[in-house]
Design a protein around this ligand. Structure first.
Ligand SMILES: [Fe+2]
Ligand SMILES: [Fe+2]
Length: 300
């Protein structure tokens, strides 16, 4: 192994934008998963759910559960691949959080819903697998920190809004605070990687992003019935996710000191795909076929 002395000396001398702050903040805000869950079980009584609500919750939380597992692996992987010492510390701190999110969600599902998640829906699997298996650090960061994390935050927010389980609503506030901190690693570190890309790498990067967004839209559609069962509007969930992701991309552009022109085509394609997915209309049949075949063509 090569010890990167120069990067370490730079880390010691550079006070600006250091990601070790994320690590220290994570340590200050750390919570004990077992104690928190036990106290929430003590505070909230038994849960009397209808079979429809119970099924919807199991379907949605299975995705969250396996998403936490993938996030844990991705963060561990990034901590060994990133050069910058602050970024390494931030990703180790994230891996620690994600391990806690994983076991706490597993305990909640087992104790509250008597459920042990098995397979995941194919569309959600495609997104998580795409982010988990790529060896490209920039794609991993973009996929996990700026695409999957905003979806998770959105789902937490809407599950709390549904008030399906007061215990879960309180528990998810802990998750939400941690996930919001994780986004910083992508926003602060990705610009360094994007600036080093040549035009072909940049095109490949953006196409990969569009492919992942398409899989995310399919993922959200696959839980459409579950959202409706919880009295949530799928289009509102999608639009909240979209806004969170676009905000992340705008902050990323600002960090890079460039306009958000790079993401405009991505934004237009998402918007068009969204309308075809959530507002199907027979007048659009030919356009829909064309766009669907475009996404089929780029899907791997
Ligand atoms: Fe998490
Ligand atoms: Fe996270």
């Amino acid at each position: 192994m090569i010890i990167p002395f120069d990067i370490y000396y730079q880390f010691l001398s550079d006070d600006q934008n250091k990601l070790d702050k994320v690590y220290h903040k994570g340590q200050d805000k750390i919570w004990n998963g077992k104690e928190v869950l036990d106290s929430l079980f003590e505070k909230h009584g038994d849960l009397d759910l209808s079979p429809e609500h119970s099924l919807a919750l199991k379907n949605i939380l299975s995705i969250i559960f396996w998403g936490e597992y993938v996030a844990w692996n991705v963060a561990s992987d990034l901590s060994s691949k990133l050069d910058d010492f602050g970024a390494k510390m931030a990703s180790v701190s994230q891996a620690h959080d994600e391990a806690r999110h994983f076991y706490v969600m597993g305990d909640y599902l087992k104790k509250r819903l008597d459920y042990r998640p098995k397979a995941m829906m194919p569309a959600a699997f495609r997104v998580l697998n795409g982010v988990g298996k790529t060896n490209n650090v920039a794609k991993k960061l973009l996929g996990m920190q700026l695409m999957v994390e905003p979806v998770a935050i959105t789902i937490f927010r809407f599950l709390r809004k549904s008030q399906v389980d007061p215990l879960l609503s309180e528990l998810l506030e802990y998750y939400e605070r941690d996930e919001a901190r994780h986004i910083a690693l992508g926003i602060k570190y990705l610009p360094n990687l994007i600036k080093k890309m040549n035009i072909l790498q940049l095109i490949d990067f953006v196409i990969w992003q569009i492919r992942m967004i398409n899989a995310e839209i399919e993922g959200l559609r696959s839980i459409e019935k579950d959202l409706i069962a919880l009295d949530l509007k799928p289009i509102e969930v999608f639009e909240f996710t979209e806004k969170k992701q676009v905000d992340c991309l705008k902050t990323l552009s600002a960090e890079m000191g460039v306009s958000d022109i790079l993401w405009r085509p991505v934004g237009r394609i998402i918007s068009f795909r969204k309308h075809l997915a959530f507002y199907p209309h027979k007048d659009h049949i030919f356009i829909r076929k064309f766009i669907n075949s475009f996404f089929e063509a780029i899907k791997k």
